[in-house]
Design a protein around this ligand. Structure first.
Ligand SMILES: [Fe+2]
Length: 312
């Protein structure tokens, strides 16, 4: 058997560890929990780690780590992964595997938190005022949606929450609407799309976005109100590590008897408040970044084709 409890952290490879550490802390309100020669572990609040920065190249996603449920041991999870035919390596207190697109995944043994009280009743520790509440989910672009759905449900034990037509799918492991989501890309160009931090409300999101704007950041999309998931979401372009950070609040909370739904693939399902994203939102090449930074698609300049060398 296998049962996941929550997303634990995202690992990003960074070009300059000192620069990236300072940047993520200053811009997103994270703080350092642990510093080693080649890695730094950052947290939102008093959790062990939300974001692990790893010195190396190329910059971008290194891994996503999930914590197992208290009812599922490392040995049980390992046996399940092997039975499913997944490549799995056991290390101290964790399992390493990869999804159908080759994205590295770590499964960590369950750890009882220092306190099970709600956040506002726990000691603040080193958390920064206005910090995000937690890392909530990740999102991937894939050209291999069917195999990825099979991996995340049958092999990792995630449960389906919703479909957006035939081209988007959301998965949960607890009451949050999603811990992971997949969007089909055309042409098939798999890429990590975003990691998402939970903020208290739109007031905190406004403070964060004002702060990020003063650091030269911009939104690839948002603020939106997603139909699917219900979250109010803003997507901040991270040029340095080839991804977005989503700041979100007010995500739908699921009942224990939730059954997957299929939403029509239309503008309203994506954003009940209005616009769909510019096409640059689905790309990470320089032309897309340049277009997005100056909002060129909205000014009537179509996005140039993706560079051939980026095609898979
Ligand atoms: Fe998201």
């Amino acid at each position: 058997m296998i049962e996941l409890h929550r997303i634990d952290h995202v690992g990003l490879r960074v070009a300059d560890l000192a620069e990236a550490t300072a940047r993520w802390c200053t811009q997103f309100g994270l703080h350092v929990r642990e510093r080693r020669a080649d890695t730094v572990r950052l947290a939102c609040d008093d959790e062990p780690c939300a974001l692990e920065l790893i010195a190396g190249a190329p910059a971008g996603l290194h891994h996503v780590a999930y914590e197992l449920a208290p009812t599922c041991t490392i040995d049980q999870a390992c046996e399940h992964l092997e039975r499913q035919g997944a490549a799995v390596a056991a290390r101290a207190g964790r399992l390493d595997t990869m999804d159908a697109d080759g994205n590295a995944i770590q499964l960590l043994a369950h750890r009882e938190p220092a306190s099970r009280l709600v956040a506002h009743a726990r000691p603040a520790g080193h958390a920064v005022p206005g910090h995000p509440r937690k890392l909530g989910h990740v999102n991937f672009l894939t050209g291999n949606l069917e195999d990825q759905v099979r991996f995340y449900t049958e092999t990792l034990g995630m449960r389906l929450t919703d479909w957006l037509g035939e081209d988007g799918v959301w998965f949960h492991v607890n009451s949050d609407h999603h811990v992971m989501a997949l969007i089909r890309t055309q042409p098939p160009q798999p890429h990590f799309h975003h990691l998402a931090f939970d903020v208290v409300d739109v007031g905190q999101m406004r403070l964060a976005l004002d702060h990020l704007g003063r650091h030269g950041r911009w939104l690839g999309w948002g603020p939106t109100r997603h139909g699917v998931g219900g979250n109010i979401a803003s997507y901040v372009r991270i040029v340095e590590e080839e991804c977005f950070v989503e700041l979100y609040c007010d995500m739908e909370q699921l009942q224990a008897d939730h059954r997957p739904r299929r939403w029509p693939d239309d503008r309203f399902s994506s954003n009940t408040w209005g616009p769909l994203p510019p096409r640059s939102y689905f790309r990470f090449d320089q032309a897309a970044i340049d277009s997005e930074r100056e909002s060129l698609e909205m000014l009537g300049t179509p996005l140039p084709p993706a560079p051939a060398q980026e095609a898979v």
